[in-house]
Design a protein around this ligand. Structure first.
Ligand SMILES: *Cc1c(COP(=O)(O)O)cnc(C)c1O
Length: 840
């Protein structure tokens, strides 16, 4: 659907500046995702840290002509002569309003005359939203034309962008609504206006922003107010109570395992080895279906889907036919190192044009930076399977695919499947090849010749793309550290929320990013425009520079032997003593350098490194003034105990010392010297001491420094079961016969040992890991490369995954057992453990 710019101005009630004509079919909120500038409308959103108005100039140069703004740029007639600026009081509200009006436009038949009622399913809940949405899509796809939220676009920005995808052909819309604090749902409800509401499970996510579970549940139920029907599980007391409280008027489709009187009664759940049969009673008829999953979450989500699908008119027979075909939902784009210098981006999320666009955008961004070893990828390759998408002809679909691929800079296109092969002519990428199936591709010269390229793999599951991944992936030690980059960004934003918008941020990525891997962490932080990155030694800075990091980099422990390296790679040292300062000045003079930025450290109580802010300050100023080789860019000190209230008096003394010393330093110079003191705990505990800048460390990696609770888990250390064996009572396991077996047991060997960072003191049942969600204790001494665990009571098989710490087992469980801090466990994961990065 296209809208003219006049129409958009009317719909959102904007004042228009500019005269030129324009047609809109794409909405853009993140300038980096631009694809079709001629038909794009950019919303200059203001967020806590950023302001979309800053990108207008850049976007204009790239061809964008239509803007929604809060402030019209000065001299726009001369600077941007053929642009239109639609001025509104709040750009986010305007985006939401446009989506809302778009939904009204054709779904309630305002233009069309006859009322065309399209069912819209709105899904909310703490967990399972995306799975329910995707499965509903899979269930309805054979008979209906569906528009749904891409991936998990469920926020205040994601929802309007999703609803915008509705078009004249749509027969069902399925949208997710996610909230994180009170008051957010009503805006989402107005945009989605669901006819059927779905509440998936209620959990603890975002609970920090709500006073109680009830309050959160009531907020979620805001989505349901004007719906015709609502699907939920009445076995949860909180949910049932809240629904009674809201006095819901529509049709309640509650499901329950215990209460026969509900609309959707679950009579039996029979779990076998690899599937589950669910027998239900709906509208007084008993039926059943089977799903190819056995875990609790899948069973619940499938029940929810069944209730919605039946309400939307699927017959029990259709349901029974389609349920066994449900496919797992892959939520993430995985980036992995491949064979022969390739980087693989694996996206096995349902294949459709919207998710292809998101994945291509991701690839394009990764390509703007060199790979980990500093080289640029030689080529951008897309390997794509046939796309199953209803409502579009193959010609139109693959023409659109080709346009996207070209716009996003794909240089080589490999199509797999009969339909793509038949549509080969539509693909306009210069280098292209087509195969009817994966087997033919794998035996081709093209596959054998892949090297030094960045490869996006995007295939419908039935095509067996996992065979390609398997062959292209580098075979590694089975122990991996998975790093969730989105979670890190959420942690960053959490800490930013304590600060004023103008306060700068240093992100500490010393010790290889607290173990998570400095390069990928730095790339992501650079994308989110943090002001400084800080590492311990010069070599760490060099690695970042070679990987294409252009952000400012601070060196916290500069070595006297590495000054030249710092000059060569634009690294800014900390200066903490006269001896170091003199050596640095001398080295700079030798290179003819003037005005090299440095960061002056004061010792205010840690008694580690730093100038004395009282006794050294006059001499420090004097010496700095009498040279021009270096220049103080910032001045800082470090709290000893910002994590504990018990040290508040001491912290206050530290701050007072710093405040006085740093003000003296500033007064001696004409340029602005940034003052900073807060670390992660300080940001939370003393936001009033933020001054010009803060230094975020452990919080970025997901551990709340004040009480050690986990914010968003960034790193998960995982391995797999190598071997299982029965060990009879009376035997022992491991070196020195430490692991005495008291009863007949099943013992699993896992390929991780103290050389990987699994501390030996966790052995002998002092701690545990998780196997299929259950606790398995370490038995006997942990070896160098292998450990043994007790899985006697846990159903498991060789090859099953084991979590050492992370997503389901907080790293603090390990650090508490070891009587240490999480920092030590995180930084202890050794280099030979492969890091794998992903975004949800
Ligand atoms: C490591 C470090 C930080 C970060 O501390 P966290 O407790 O991890 O937030 C801040 N400042 C300095 C000087 C550091 O060395």
């Amino acid at each position: 659907m296209k809208y003219s710019i006049e129409k958009v101005a009317t719909l959102i009630g904007a004042r228009r500046y500019g005269q030129s004509e324009g047609q809109i079919s794409w909405l853009l909120t993140d300038s980096r995702s631009l694809c079709f500038p001629e038909e794009t409308l950019f919303f200059a959103l203001r967020t806590q840290r950023n302001d979309g108005h800053r990108y207008i100039d850049d976007l204009y140069r790239r061809g964008v002509r239509q803007y929604v703004v809060e402030k019209v740029p000065e001299h726009h007639e001369s600077l941007y002569p053929d642009a239109n600026f639609l001025r509104v009081p709040n750009t986010l509200a305007a985006l939401q309003r446009l989506a809302e009006r778009h939904r009204d436009e054709f779904l309630s038949g305002v233009n069309g005359g006859a009322e065309r009622k399209v069912p819209i399913v709105g899904i909310t809940g703490s967990n399972g939203k995306t799975m329910v949405k995707e499965w509903l899509y899979q269930l309805l796809l054979p008979s209906q034309k569906i528009v749904r939220s891409p991936r998990s676009y469920n926020s205040q920005i994601g929802v309007p962008l999703s609803v915008w995808l509705l078009n004249e052909q749509t027969e069902v819309g399925i949208f997710e609504a996610g909230i994180s604090q009170p008051g957010e749902m009503s805006a989402l409800r107005d945009i989605i206006q669901p006819t059927i509401g779905v509440l998936t499970s209620l959990g603890t996510a975002h609970q920090e922003n709500f006073r109680s579970m009830e309050e959160k549940c009531m907020e979620k139920l805001e989505l349901m107010h004007d719906t015709e029907a609502m699907v939920y599980c009445s076995d949860n007391d909180i949910v049932s109570r809240c629904i009674r409280r809201m006095q819901y008027k529509g049709e309640k489709i509650a499901w329950s395992r215990y209460d026969e009187k509900v609309a959707f009664f679950i009579k039996e759940i029979a779990t076998k080895e690899s599937d589950t049969r669910i027998t239900y009673v709906y509208q007084e008829e008993e039926n059943s279906y089977t799903i190819p999953f056995i875990d609790e979450a899948s069973i619940e989500n499938a029940i929810t889907c069944a209730a919605v699908a039946l309400r939307l008119g699927l017959t029990p027979g259709q349901l029974a036919d389609r349920m066994p075909l449900l496919e797992p939902v892959a939520m993430r784009l995985e980036v992995k190192e491949g064979q022969r210098g390739c980087v693989l981006i694996n996206d096995s999320y349902n294949s459709d044009v919207n998710s292809l666009d998101i994945a291509l955008d991701f690839m394009q961004r990764r390509c703007q930076q060199p790979m980990a070893d500093g080289r640029h990828p030689k080529c951008k390759t897309l390997i794509l399977s046939d796309i199953y998408q209803s409502g579009t002809s193959a010609e139109a679909l693959y023409t659109q695919v080709s346009e996207l691929a070209v716009k996003r800079g794909v240089e080589r296109f490999i199509g797999i499947g009969p339909e793509l092969t038949a549509q080969a002519d539509r693909i306009q990428v210069a280098e292209k090849a087509f195969f009817t199936d994966v087997r033919h591709f794998l035996s081709s010269d093209i596959f054998a010749g892949l090297h030094d390229e960045i490869i996006l793999l995007k295939g419908a599951r039935s095509f067996g793309f996992d065979q390609i991944t398997e062959q292209l992936e580098q075979k590694v030690h089975e122990t991996i550290l998975e790093v969730n980059l989105n979670a890190m960004v959420e942690n960053l934003n959490h800490f930013r929320s304590f600060l004023k918008p103008e306060t700068k941020m240093v992100c500490m990525i010393k010790a290889d990013g607290y173990g998570a891997g400095a390069v990928e962490i730095a790339k992501t932080l650079q994308e989110h425009r943090v002001d400084y990155l800080a590492v311990a030694v010069a070599d760490e800075g060099v690695t970042l520079r070679k990987a294409g990091i252009t952000a400012n980099i601070m060196i916290m422990n500069p070595e006297m032997t590495a000054f030249k390296t710092m000059f060569d790679y634009d690294l800014e040292p900390e200066v903490y003593s006269f001896r170091l300062m003199d050596a640095l000045i001398k080295a700079a003079r030798k290179e003819g350098i003037t005005g090299w930025p440095v960061h002056v450290k004061f010792d205010t109580g840690m008694h580690r490194l730093g100038f004395d802010p009282v006794n050294d300050i006059d001499e420090l100023i004097e010496r700095l003034k009498h040279q021009n080789a270096i220049i103080p860019r910032s001045v800082f000190s470090h709290f000893v105990g910002s994590d504990s209230d018990g040290f508040d008096d001491f912290s206050a003394k530290q701050f007072a010392l710093f405040d006085e010393g740093s003000k003296k330093l500033q007064a001696a110079f004409g340029h602005k010297i940034l003052r900073h003191m807060d670390n992660s705990a300080g940001i939370e505990h003393f936001p009033e001491r933020q001054m010009d800048m803060c230094r975020l460390g452990i919080g970025l990696y997901g551990v709340d420094p004040r009480d050690n609770h986990i914010l968003h888990t960034v790193s998960t250390l995982k391995t797999t079961i190598l071997q299982l064996r029965h060990v009879p009572a009376g035997e022992t396991v491991g070196y020195s016969r430490k692991g005495k077996i008291e009863r007949d047991s099943v013992i699993a060997a896992i390929p991780i040992g103290y050389a990987d960072g699994l501390n030996r003191h966790l052995g002998n049942r002092r701690c545990y890991c998780l196997v299929n969600g259950q606790k398995a204790e370490y038995v006997g001494n942990i070896c160098m490369d292998v450990a043994m665990i007790d899985v006697t009571d846990i159903p498991c098989a060789e090859g099953d995954q084991v979590e050492i710490f992370g997503e389901h087992l907080p790293v603090t469980v390990l650090s508490d057992t070891l009587d240490t801090i999480p920092y030590e466990v995180l930084t202890g994961v050794s280099n030979r453990v492969k890091r794998i990065y992903f975004q949800d």
